[in-house]
Design a protein around this ligand. Structure first.
Ligand SMILES: NC(=O)c1ccc[n+]([C@@H]2O[C@H](COP(=O)([O-])OP(=O)(O)OC[C@H]3O[C@@H](n4cnc5c(N)ncnc54)[C@H](OP(=O)(O)O)[C@@H]3O)[C@@H](O)[C@H]2O)c1
Length: 249
């Protein structure tokens, strides 16, 4: 992963064992310090305590927080009314509440230390195109995009740059947890290429960034009448994925 650019890292996710392993690998391969913090970001209590651990880690290494990537996000692909409400609520807690809380903590710390800083919020192409069967997911990602665009305006005279990354389909475990099986990789990008493009866009100061030519072209379907756009988006999604028969959450 050529994305660390010499920065020391704090990695946050729920599965501590995997996170520790990744932190060790990154520290060894890049000669950096990488700290793993286990936290369920969809849980308000653990989310509220996260910055205590982050601040303690920074103080230990005498460092400031200059980059935040809000990457964790979930969604489930099925008609809205057929979905379990508790699962949808967890998506909102993670995609909206956690991202908002962490952005707030980050921006205030960056304002206090005054160094050049970068915030990347990972949205989705579904945050630009209202995507059928992803009503809540698409809605939360639309929030992320609007939120980030507004932060860009409010922070225009500050050294803090903000980016909403809006990938289309990416080959990751996300698809499986969203209840999808890949049947054809058409239009689906790989995680390393998307990550590299998005990190480059963040450092280049792009505010809304869509990786991949096909995804960039897809944005123009917003010019179509709503129902036609919905029909087209549903059909194009079905070219590459299908619902996993046993999918539930
Ligand atoms: N894959 C796609 O097709 C696609 C397309 C557009 C946008 N995106 C967006 O890209 C971002 C990354 O997705 P991905 O494809 O890399 O998904 P992924 O492979 O499922 O990875 C999600 C990561 O988030 C962590 N995570 C999930 N729930 C969490 C929670 N409650 N608290 C803390 N960490 C949590 C996971 O680790 P743990 O499970 O250990 O917590 C994992 O490291 C998401 O925001 C997603 O919406 C993905």
């Amino acid at each position: 992963m050529p994305f660390t650019r010499g920065l020391n890292l704090i990695l946050v996710a729920r599965r501590k064992e995997l996170l520790d392993k990744l932190a060790d690998e990154l520290a060894t391969s890049h000669g950096i310090t990488a700290t793993a913090l286990a936290c369920d970001l969809a849980n308000r209590q653990s989310l509220g305590a996260l910055f205590d651990d982050v601040d303690a880690t920074l103080a230990k290494h005498n460092e400031h927080l200059t980059v935040l990537v809000n990457n964790a996000g979930t969604g489930f692909w099925a008609p809205f009314a057929d979905q379990d409400l508790a699962g949808l609520q967890r998506d909102i807690d993670l995609n909206v509440t956690a991202l908002t809380t962490l952005s707030h903590g980050f921006i205030n710390r960056a304002r206090a230390h005054g160094q050049r800083s970068y915030l990347m919020n990972v949205a989705s192409l579904a945050g630009i195109l209202p995507t059928p069967q992803y009503a809540t997911y698409s809605g939360t990602k639309g929030y992320v995009r609007f939120f980030t665009e507004i932060l860009d305006y409010e922070l225009r005279d500050s050294p803090i740059s903000v980016t909403a990354a809006c990938p289309g389909g990416v080959l990751t475990p996300f698809l499986d947890q969203a209840g999808q099986t890949v049947k054809k990789q058409t239009g689906i990008m790989t995680a390393p290429e998307v990550a590299k493009l998005c990190v480059d866009a963040m450092y280049a100061g792009k505010v809304v960034y869509v990786p991949g030519l096909l995804n960039k072209v897809a944005v123009y379907t917003n010019l179509l009448p709503r129902r036609l756009r919905g029909w087209l988006l549903e059909r194009s999604m079905m070219v590459s994925v299908e619902a996993r028969p046993d999918a539930s959450r």
